[in-house]
Design a protein around this ligand. Structure first.
Ligand code: GUN
Length: 303
């Protein structure tokens, strides 16, 4: 990714600089649209196939956002909406079809899948060069080897946020103490590997960490991906830390909030990402970036 389009900074109520994922994602989508236009001049159009199984309303909203981004950028989207009763074998057969279809560059099966479907088998069936989620053993293994190819979209989006916010400030991840809260395959683990690859000193915390507050207090970078609303208290944040909130929760008042107590944390942090408007739009932008790069890799079109 290049980062030609600088994003103007604004401030959170507590005084920290706001890391505006929404604006950064718009800039990335603009960059990708130009790349897709160049690909089209050579007769190539990237394609993304998305499967949504069951009726989970949040998943339907996320898939809708992904399809909308495809349209904006010029990526062809193929959508399969399947009933909750779909069997593992049926879903594997669909993935086999998409694996064999040369017009499909990326395959995404929205998670979580309904109970009864073997998620691991589904994730591993996606051809590694079409695994735009980066959840398969091949792509995760490459990341662990320090030779990433298709990287999970949320942690990659967080890295882009840190890079794009940090660059004009002369700030970078290298040499910083980073704490990642959460150890999922989808966010926490690849996040820690990416930070490590960028020369941070990384601590991974999780539900069995005895002194989470103590770990967060010594961090210069905090990535909160625990999936627990307001788990990270404002007074845990070290003065001047950079905080990225991956969580998204709907409160009783209907408002979306994250894993971090935003107001109090923004009084201590140097910079913080909001919820909504932070990591969410970046995840979608990086999915689009993975689809374009999968297309370029598979079809040998290096434009
Ligand atoms: N569900 C929540 N986040 C994701 C994601 O990044 N990819 C997929 N496939 N499902 C998700």
């Amino acid at each position: 990714m290049t980062d030609s389009a600088a994003v103007a900074s604004s401030r959170a109520p507590g005084g920290a600089e706001l890391i505006d994922g929404k604006a950064m994602a718009a800039a990335i989508r603009g960059e990708l649209r130009e790349t897709v236009e160049r690909l089209a001049e050579n007769g190539t159009r990237p394609g993304l196939a998305v499967a949504l199984v069951g009726e989970d309303p949040a998943s339907a909203v996320y898939v809708g956002g992904k399809i909308k981004a495809c349209k904006e950028i010029g990526i062809r989207s193929i959508e399969a909406r399947l009933p909750a009763e779909t069997t593992t074998a049926q879903l594997l057969a669909l993935i086999d079809e998409w694996n064999a279809d040369d017009a499909v560059d990326g395959i995404l099966v929205q998670l979580p899948l309904p109970k009864g479907i073997d998620t691991q088998a589904v994730v591993e069936r996606i051809a590694p060069d079409k695994d735009v989620d980066g959840f398969g053993a091949d792509n995760l293994g490459r990341l662990a080897q320090g030779k990433p190819r298709l990287v999970a979209c949320t942690p990659w989006g967080v890295m882009e946020m840190l890079k794009r916010w940090g660059k004009p400030h002369g700030w970078s991840v290298a040499g910083k103490r980073a704490v990642v809260i959460g150890r999922s395959i989808t966010v926490g683990r690849p996040m820690a590997l990416l930070l490590l690859g960028a020369d941070a000193t990384v601590t991974i915390c999780h539900s069995r960490t005895p002194d989470l507050a103590g770990a967060v207090r010594q961090a210069e970078i905090v990535v909160a991906a625990a999936g627990q609303r307001h788990l990270v208290k404002g007074d845990w944040i070290a003065e001047g830390a950079v905080v990225i909130d991956v969580g998204i929760h709907r409160g009783d008042d209907g408002k979306l909030t994250g894993d971090v107590e935003f107001g109090p944390a923004s009084a201590r942090a140097r910079a913080i990402s909001p919820v909504p408007g932070g990591v969410g739009p970046m995840t979608i932008a990086m999915l689009m970036a993975n689809t374009v790069s999968a297309c370029q890799g598979r079809r040998g079109t290096g434009v």
